[in-house]
Design a protein around this ligand. Structure first.
Ligand SMILES: [Zn+2]
Length: 207
């Protein structure tokens, strides 16, 4: 219907109803677009765009403040990239993951899934903990995994509780599945995940 047509028939209640319906549809569309933007964000920056296709999420990390731990952080990121397929860790910008070095215990401040700051604490390294395991563990927090101090070396998220003899930087099958799920079918609920994860001494074992 053209404008002239509209002007000619504007007295008809039916036509007016039709116009307001179209207006309502346009508003509804705008509203849903706005909602889509709201639920998006750094994590939702996806590389795939086909509807229904698995979307691999790329998270960028900035290790320029990681001092002597830069290569350990790269190795920790590689561990995850070789273990999971729903998310990629890539060094570069715009970074949602900041990695720094300091003299405390390693820890992760997670603002939301895929976003936060990691401290590669030198105290754990001085006590003999493996640096790549530390990096992979802290990145695990960013990917949505909590601490589980089982004392078992096969668990990446057991952290320091597995002792200094543990050099395993690899997540176990359950940890892999959890990260895949966080960035896959459970993304919507996992996105609100946040927290502070501070590592402690090897005595902190909880099952
Ligand atoms: Zn931890």
């Amino acid at each position: 219907m053209g404008l002239a047509n509209f002007a000619d028939t504007r007295q008809s209640p039916c036509e007016e109803f039709d116009v307001s319906r179209k207006l309502f549809a346009a508003l509804a569309l705008l509203f849903s677009l706005g909602l889509a933007q709201l639920v998006g964000g750094p994590v939702a920056a996806a590389t795939a765009s086909e509807p229904g296709a698995a979307q691999v999420r790329t998270l960028y990390y900035d290790s320029s403040g990681a001092a002597e731990f830069v290569s350990a952080v790269d190795a920790g990121a590689r561990v995850w990239n070789e273990s999971v397929s729903n998310v990629r860790l890539v060094k570069g910008q715009p970074a949602s993951i900041i990695i720094r070095a300091d003299n405390g215990w390693p820890r992760a401040y997670v603002q939301r899934l895929g976003q936060g700051t990691i401290y590669m604490g030198r105290q754990a390294v001085r006590e003999g903990h493996d640096v790549i395991r530390i990096a992979a563990h802290e990145l695990g927090h960013i990917l949505g995994l909590p601490d589980r101090r089982t004392g078992l070396c096969r668990d990446l998220m057991s952290g320091a509780s597995a002792g200094t003899s543990c050099k395993n930087p690899n997540p176990n099958a359950a940890e892999i599945a959890e990260v895949e799920s966080n960035f896959g079918r459970n993304l919507r609920s996992a996105e609100s995940y946040a927290g502070v994860f501070a590592e402690g001494g090897p005595a902190r074992v909880s099952r």
